[in-house]
Design a protein around this ligand. Structure first.
Ligand code: SF4
Length: 245
């Protein structure tokens, strides 16, 4: 994997690495728009960076949609690969899809997702400007916790997404997310607010929005963590708009 600011050639290297990974996994076909590949050499580099990332992400998404590598494929309605910007400042990573996400095929669209949206907007971003995903791409039945072997089987998809997206910061939401990425079993209350790194990318652990729905008093801790993320990015939270009426 290349590190640092993405360039046209580094993205092509990553795309090549992803295709080689597919071959190693025994996948002989991937979804790829031939026109897009043909045009890569003729379009401005910034657009080409975006196009290469989009093509790589699309390929990962299609592979996830067809995945039967663990038993969760039998109970899912839709896969939930994650969604958002290519090369975002921030990538939010949660645990696994819930019922709403399973129905819609989108990450964080239920009650916890609405709270995450508020957190993102309080930071001065929109959902489309960040990337939102999960450790697992399919819903565990009855929202049970992901099993270690499911996480081990599914995490390569997330790692491939991170390699392509190259976020400036990863925000790991909840203990399962931290465990899946860093293999750390320490409780989230001890880990939150402290910087870690995942394959060269700065990672901030904080509480999962679902935990905040049950424990609203922890919102202040999360906001402190997110302000630290903004500081790291050289940004400030926009002023809070006063409610009218
Ligand atoms: S959870 Fe991950 S590994 Fe399991 S079937 Fe879904 S995409 Fe495949």
């Amino acid at each position: 994997m290349t590190t640092g600011k993405p360039t046209f050639s580094s993205l092509l290297d990553d795309l090549k690495a992803w295709l080689e990974y597919q071959l190693e996994e025994g996948n002989r076909t991937v979804e790829m728009d031939p026109e897009l590949l043909k045009n890569l050499a003729h379009i401005p580099r910034r657009k080409a960076d975006q196009a290469a990332a989009d093509a790589g992400l699309k390929s990962i998404t299609e592979t996830i949609k067809a995945c039967t590598n663990c038993a969760l494929n039998k109970t899912r309605t839709n896969t939930v690969p994650g969604q958002g910007a290519a090369h975002p400042d921030i990538m939010f990573i949660g645990e696994a899809p819930g019922a709403d996400e399973d129905q819609q095929g989108l990450a964080f669209v239920g009650r916890a997702g609405k709270l995450l949206t508020k957190m993102i907007e309080a930071m001065g971003y929109t959902r489309d400007e960040v990337f939102i995903g999960n450790i697992l791409k399919c819903r565990p039945p009855n929202n049970r916790a992901p099993m270690p072997e499911e996480m081990e089987t599914c995490t390569p998809y997330l790692k491939a997404q991170i390699a392509l997206l190259k976020p400036k910061v990863i925000v790991a939401l909840g203990a399962t997310s931290v465990k899946g990425l860093l293999n750390i079993k320490t409780g989230i209350s001890k880990l939150r607010g402290q910087w870690h790194t995942f394959e060269g990318t700065n990672l901030m652990p904080t509480y999962h929005p679902a935990y905040l729905l049950r424990n609203p008093s922890a919102k202040k801790d999360v906001w402190d963590d997110l302000k630290d993320v903004l500081k790291h990015l050289g940004r400030k939270a926009p002023p809070v708009r006063k409610r009218t009426g």
